[in-house]
Design a binder for this molecule. Structure first.
Ligand code: WT7
Length: 695
């Protein structure tokens, strides 16, 4: 449990000045609120819910659940029977009830410095209503799934909230994923409509998003699934001109090829030629033009589905994590408010992509629910130079900044000069998410970026948890570099040993949660069985995170990393099975085993062992082909760093690959521990000799 008093030694604390005006100003206050959230969740969340709009009140239990597979189906229900609409709470409530219509919702900053847009809450509401009407006119109804594959444009937020407004379920696929991955996700959730864009630039690199989307739709078709319509935003090219018509029924979208237009993206680069299929393709701008900017929200039950977001699963097939309306809304809003100590004059910036859960909860839902002003950044931390982040911080006077350890480690490599060239005096709180932050990176973030003035919130959570579950509160929690510290309100962690016994005091084991908080996922879309097996079967009565953790003498939690066959590359979870199945699709690969190898910037990198088919020899060309194959099947984030020829793999007598041994080999560590269960120990020596020459 949480200690009586906060430790005073070897910790970092917020300044008295910062704490004075903070929402949760002290450890005592945190503890008092925490106890209430655990002992009386109805009252705790009920009070928070009062600030939101409900079309009708809930009936029956505030919270009901079963976490124990031996007692029947796993379920969580929060405020069932209440009806509301999240889009209404994020936009209409702020514009009409809180008088925030003219407040900036987003400062959009494009890939190219100088590309910028400002969108107020009122404008956002109008855009969302218009697009909601567009979706309706395309036949999208409550409960329908809509796939969104877009760059970090304001319209991405518009598209997601338009779905929410009409009760449709969005499934956003990160624009870095391949056509194959998009196809798989569209088919799994049977999306009837796809929303995409012409393309975008990542630094100097053009991503032809529409081509990838077309490819995905073709793949779906080949597998017998047809997506009715594809709406394309012209992001790279100009907004459609007054009076111009929708793209005519030709094989290409002509608006995109005209010379000399001035677009939203000022510094224009070549725009790709786009194939245009008039039966499927629709132009965003044309559709929006005729649409009304008023749209009555669809009132949804608390437990109606809100969105699906795919995350890697250890079997290789991604899981469609399903979140529902009210619990997610309250949880995203409350974690955002308290973890970043939200103040009305803040300018908040989360550098994640909306295609990941971090972007869902902490670019769209959490900040907008609080009426916050955010930066929405399309570009890269290193483009056009490594000072870009700090330039943006100064440009918009960012007060709260949220990024990933991998970005910090990347920037650390370039030293302090690019940081110190910029003032950064507006910064008040810094946050990290995605993977454990190593103490060196923490120190650099704290000392160099925040100049010892800004508390760091190391937020541990998952796609499945909906929002932060272990995290400091900036004024209340003394920080220890590398520890995600204590549970957020409503969250009850425990550390279990292999036999499922709860460990007390300082200990190390499986990180689990004992009871639900409002933002926990409700099921795996279309696969309740998989939901129960993945998260609840190993230890009945607990939600199992899949992470290992250590609890120290002061009760602080330290995440030690995944304990399943998952890898964390630059804060993105990948399953080894997924990469392995991509590799074995190559005709020359008989078997593949993938492990993580520690990487100074990415945290982990992919190290692949491949056993080739009889008679084939390993060569550089094959290596390149395999690397490209994985990129093509999954996406650039899954590109292997090392591919090694493995004539044999270390297996137990029952044929199970000993990944533990492979991890040591990948890392060049000779201390292998107990390998007596290996069927053939000679393969190990052979693998050491064959170690990837670049490793
Ligand atoms: C996994 C979840 C949550 C948004 C981004 C990732 C790891 C996440 C931390 C942290 C240590 C962390 C865990 C977790 N992780 N945040 N602060 N400290 N590890 O979402 O793709 O669902 O990945 O990321 O291993 O299980 P995700």
């Amino acid at each position: 449990m949480i200690p009586e008093t906060a430790p005073k030694e070897d910790v970092y604390v917020a300044s008295a000045k910062f704490s004075k005006n903070a929402l949760v100003p002290s450890f005592e206050k945190y503890k008092e609120m925490y106890m209430k959230s655990i002992e009386n969740p109805d009252e705790f969340w009920g009070d928070i819910a009062k600030d939101f709009f409900w079309k009708s009140k809930h009936s029956g239990d505030f919270l009901s659940y079963n976490f124990d597979v031996t007692k029947g189906e796993i379920f969580v229900k929060f405020m069932e029977g209440a009806t509301t609409n999240i889009c209404y709470n994020l936009l209409d409530r702020n514009v009409h009830e809180k008088n925030l219509g003219n407040k900036v919702a987003f400062y959009w900053e494009g890939n190219e410095p100088g590309d910028e847009l400002t969108v107020t809450y009122r404008e956002l509401l109008q855009k969302v209503c218009q697009f909601a009407n567009v979706l309706k006119s395309q036949g999208v109804k409550k409960g329908d799934r809509v796939s969104i594959y877009m760059p970090m444009a304001v319209e991405l937020v518009v598209a997601m909230l338009a779905c929410v407004r009409i009760g449709a379920v969005h499934s956003i696929v990160f624009a870095g994923f391949s056509a194959e991955s998009l196809c798989e996700r569209i088919m799994d959730s049977e999306c009837s409509l796809l929303i995409t864009a012409d393309g975008f630039y990542r630094g100097d690199k053009l991503i032809n998003l529409k081509l990838l989307a077309d490819d995905a739709l073709q793949k779906c078709k080949d597998k017998g699934f047809t997506v009715r319509k594809c709406i394309m935003l012209k992001h790279l090219s100009k907004e459609i001109e007054e009076g111009s018509q929708s793209p005519p029924a030709k094989r290409s979208c002509p608006d995109l090829q005209q010379e000399g237009q001035t677009g939203r993206v000022k510094k224009r680069r070549p725009v790709p030629q786009l194939p245009w299929n008039p039966e499927v393709d629709l132009c965003w701008h044309t559709l929006v033009k005729g649409a009304s900017d008023e749209c009555e929200p669809e009132w949804c039950d608390s437990e109606d589905p809100l969105f699906i977001l795919y995350t890697s699963g250890s079997t290789g097939k991604p899981k469609g994590v399903l979140h529902t309306v009210s619990g997610y809304m309250l949880y995203a809003a409350t974690t955002f408010k308290l973890v970043f100590d939200y103040q009305p004059d803040d300018v908040y910036w989360c550098t994640a992509d909306i295609g990941w859960i971090t972007g869902h909860s902490y670019i769209t839902y959490g900040p907008l629910a609080n009426g916050a002003t955010s930066v929405l950044f399309e570009g890269l931390p290193t483009y056009p130079d490594v000072g870009r982040m700090w330039e943006i911080v100064d440009k918009y006077h960012v007060t709260k900044f949220y990024t990933a350890p991998t970005a910090i480690r990347l920037l650390m490599k370039y030293g302090t000069e690019p940081v110190q060239k910029h003032k950064r005096d507006s910064l008040k709180v810094l946050g990290t998410v995605g993977e454990p932050i190593n103490p060196e990176a923490w120190q650099w973030y704290y000392n160099v970026v925040g100049e010892k003035r800004c508390p760091i919130v190391d937020t541990f959570w998952q796609t499945e948890t909906g929002g932060h579950v272990l995290t400091p509160l900036p004024a209340a929690t003394p920080m220890k570099p590398g520890s995600a510290t204590f549970p957020f309100f409503g969250v009850v962690p425990a550390v279990l040993n292999e036999s499922g016994e709860e460990l007390e005091g300082p200990s190390e084991g499986y990180l689990v949660f004992k009871q639900p908080w409002p933002g926990i996922m409700r099921t795996v879309y279309g696969n309740q069985q998989r939901f129960e097996t993945t998260y609840f079967k190993k230890f009945p009565g607990y939600y199992v995170t899949g992470d290992g953790c250590r609890r120290d003498k002061d009760g602080y939690y330290w995440i030690t990393g995944r304990i399943d066959d998952m890898l964390n590359v630059s804060g993105h979870l990948l399953s080894t099975a997924e990469v392995e199945s991509a590799l074995v699709e190559h005709e020359f690969v008989a078997e593949a085993a993938v492990v993580g190898r520690p990487h100074p910037v990415k945290g982990e990198s992919l190290y692949c062992f491949v056993t080739l088919t009889e008679g084939v020899s390993f060569c550089r060309t094959l290596e390149v082909e395999l690397r490209n194959l994985v990129r093509e099947k999954i996406g650039a984030i899954a590109t292997p760093d090392y591919i090694q020829n493995a004539p044999g793999l270390p297996k137990t007598r029952s044929g199970k690959i000993m990944r533990r041994v492979l991890r040591k080999i990948a890392n060049g560590e000779r201390e292998l521990g107990d390998i007596s269960t290996l069927a053939d120990s000679s393969v190990v020596e052979q693998l050491f000799q064959n170690r990837s020459c670049t490793a």
